[in-house]
Design a protein around this ligand. Sequence first.
Ligand code: PMV
Length: 308
Amino acid sequence: MNRAFAPGKIILFGEHAVVYGRPALAVPVMQVQAKVEVLDSNAPGIWIEAPDVNLHAELSTLPATLPIASVIQSVFQHLNISRFPPLIVRVNSSIPVASGLGSGAAVSVALIRALSSALGCPLPDETVNALAYEAEKLYHGTPSGIDNTVITYARPVYFVKNQPIETFQVKEPFTIVIGDTGVSASTKEAVGAVRKLWEANSPYWEGVFDAVGRIVQQARRAIECGEVTLLGPLMDANHALLQEMTVSSPELERLVAAARLAGALGAKLSGGGRGGNMIALIRPDGQEQVAAALRAAGARNVIVTQVG
Ligand code: PMV
């Protein structure tokens, strides 16, 4: 049996503006993960078992545009294998779907690794990342590539679309609380809504994206210099710009406000928005209080994660 794991991720700063060429910072979240196992089989064909999304089917019966099917096909194609051996592909994930934690990219990355190993040709990170990016297009339409990159390399990433991958150092570790609104939201729709705003007045929105870009640069410097408390106000400022892009929601606002009231140093939505997750920066001793406040404000799930 061949098995691979991939973590979830959060975007610390820069979502949406990253689609327009500005930088963004993202980190892996090891507390949640996708697991893929590939087993030999006696029955012909490639059977996919993905109970989390209620999928139990043979590959050839699935539409080629279904991300899991398309990833499997792309691995065979990349390895020049035209006769598929009989296999069972088992996919399990503890990453909530459509919530900004990178569930789709994590499944793709784990699947590419487990399957290519099972076929005797484990693929290098660069290829894993490139194939996972193709699948991201099926989920998101015009993805920046940030999710597949941070999940493939499982390290903090300073990401600029179409640029070589750049990781960054975390001088002083810091703690983030992730609160899930429980509202699943389509990244594709949120990205589309921002695109409409931009099309209607691109000079104005280019200015907003520039402001996000400056926040990202300041945040990177603060993280690399260990000046973690500076990140709180930067999160608040980034959240205000995301509100302006219309990608917040009443549920996100409730959680962001609750975290700030409970003593978080700053808070913002994370990922595509309009639902999904928010993040809050907390003092090392503030974890219980902020987590309790988020639950009381309606968070479906709360994860505490250490960065660095
Ligand atoms: O919803 P997520 O976490 O997959 O976030 C996507 C981030 C965006 O910047 C909104 C889109 C992208 O492709 O970068």
